[in-house]
Ligand binder design. Structure first.
Ligand SMILES: Nc1ncnc2c1ncn2[C@@H]1O[C@H](COP(=O)(O)OP(=O)(O)OP(=O)(O)O)[C@@H](O)[C@H]1O
Ligand SMILES: [Mg+2]
Length: 301
């Protein structure tokens, strides 16, 4: 875990829909920022959840907002990212001649996956020591709150596909650099998020296989999110089983069964995948706030 937070430039947080990717990305961002690394968490699917969680309203896409000490967030807007890239390639004046929104529409219409390519190229750009716009801040670590499994992997393969299609020129060069970073284990780490249930665990195992096949790297670490705490010792359970089966006793035993089933899923995942599985606690709150993200960051660190 330490190496992951300390050495990588890019952490790509992925998993099935609704398992806690955004939550884990935020907690990872906090944990990394605490170690003194300038970290930016980026959302790619027009969610803007992160800055809302940190009570920052009215943030414009593409703005790098400081959430807490050493931690920033951005929601990537493909159109703005493409304009920024083009401005660097052809200069701002030429871009004005092309017409801003037209350039985007041409590009996106020209090739399926163009939006994903721009988005992942922007992710790459955030991790560079030389930004497209040289007045922008430099970061040590970029944490990507990726789209759910299938789409998340699709985004990773677009640079290679484009690199092969575009035979020459700046798009090929750019796509190649991005694709190189995405398959470099020294710079990029893939972080899986799962829930301790049958289906999410099965999907995480599949996700690991697909990542290996498509990107050449598997999940480096997995967070098993929303684990219930073990409340009863085995002697408690024996006493509960012997007790009068009143409502509260039945409820306690059913919680116990659920916790046991969750642990069995952790073992199943550990048995199927090479990566360490770290449990994260279920937070018994209706809405997660900064203090809860801090708490999850503690569990990560
Ligand atoms: N450890 C936890 N304890 C309690 N609630 C949690 C925990 N982790 C996530 N949640 C809640 O579960 C919901 C889903 O979490 P989150 O949005 O992080 O998932 P996601 O994988 O990013 O979802 P999506 O695929 O829709 O982007 C949110 O309401 C979040 O606050
Ligand atoms: Mg999310």
């Amino acid at each position: 875990m330490d190496a992951l937070l300390r050495d990588r430039s890019l952490l790509y947080v992925t998993g099935k829909g609704g398992v806690g990717k955004t939550t884990v990305a935020a907690a990872l961002g906090l944990a990394a920022a605490r170690t003194g690394r300038r970290t930016i968490v980026c959302e790619v699917a027009e969610q803007d959840r992160m800055s809302r969680a940190f009570a920052r309203q009215g943030v414009r896409p593409e703005q790098e907002v400081e959430l807490s000490d050493g931690l920033w967030a951005i929601t990537i807007d493909p159109q703005a990212a493409l304009e920024e890239w083009l401005a660097k390639q052809v200069g701002g004046t030429a871009l004005k001649v092309l017409g801003h929104s037209h350039a985007f529409q041409y590009f996106v219409a020209a090739a399926p996956g163009a939006k994903e390519l721009i988005t992942i190229a922007k992710v790459w750009e955030l991790a560079q020591k030389q930004r497209w716009n040289s007045s922008n801040r430099l970061y040590d670590l970029v944490v990507v709150d990726a789209p759910a499994s299938g789409h998340g992997i699709g985004m990773l393969t677009t640079p290679r596909t484009f690199g092969e299609i575009a035979r020459v020129g700046p798009i090929r060069r750019q796509a190649y650099k991005v694709s190189e970073m995405l398959s470099d284990p020294a710079r990029t780490g893939y972080v899986g998020v799962a829930l301790p249930e049958e289906m999410p665990v099965t999907e995480t195992i599949e996700l690991d296989g697909r990542l290996r096949k498509e990107v050449g790297l598997g999940l480096e670490t997995i967070y098993m999110n929303a684990m219930w705490p073990e409340r009863f010792s085995s002697s408690d359970v024996t006493k509960l089983r012997a007790a009068e089966p009143a409502g509260a006793v039945r409820a306690a035993l059913s919680v116990h069964e659920r916790v046991k089933a969750q642990r069995a899923q952790v073992r199943r995942l550990e048995g199927a995948i090479d990566a360490p599985v770290t449990p994260l606690p279920f937070v018994f709150e209706s809405e997660l706030e900064l203090e809860h993200y801090e708490h999850l960051a503690d569990a990560i660190a």
